[in-house]
Design a protein around this ligand. Sequence first.
Ligand code: IMP
Ligand code: MG
Length: 205
Amino acid sequence: MRTTAVSKPRAKAKKKVPPYTDIDQVLISEAKIAAKVKQMAAKISRDYAGKDVVLVCVLKGAVVFLSDLMRHLTLPCIVDYVDWSSYGSSTSSSGVFRILRDLEESVESRHVLIIEDIIDTGLTLHYLKRHIQGRNPASVKVVALLDKPSRRKIEARADYCGFEVPDEFVVGYGLDYEQKYRNLPFVAVLKPEIYAGRDTPPDRA
Ligand code: IMP
Ligand code: MG
């Protein structure tokens, strides 16, 4: 599947109320996301035709993506959730994880699709994939809405990827900054002053 690289020009967020007033630029519009998610689901449905899948959603960021994607899948599927918390800053993985929630469903001999919001350093996905592979699934593949390949610290790759994004910290459509902005319907970059004096993203200390 073709991954769409995102580049300028970008639209401005139109609403003049919070949290819209914190937005600098809309990087990927609601319409573009909707079209891409539908296209990704169609491809997955074709590739897995005749099979059952287990969707493993990485909390919390991938919840919005999961809920849109799964409704376009024409496959029998079950859904499970994992929550891996990385020690370190609020904007970058340290690579040392605490498992806050592990799989509840058995994935043994099943086809697993890991649903991620964004692949950044790759650390979360790298170790999560290994963790799931240790449970003897029939296969494990990765579905990521966004990918920031320039930030990779370890090998990690999406089998299905929506958009490549530049090295900027993005929010919206499930993605947060300090737990906020997940409810924005598009993917956006915040105004620099929102990060100012805090944990300046991404990893630029
Ligand atoms: P990684 O382990 O560095 O690949 O990052 C994985 C997680 O960090 C993602 O699932 C996100 O929750 C979070 N993350 C990475 N980059 C961003 C970003 O630009 N905005 C919001 N969250 C991000
Ligand atoms: Mg995440």
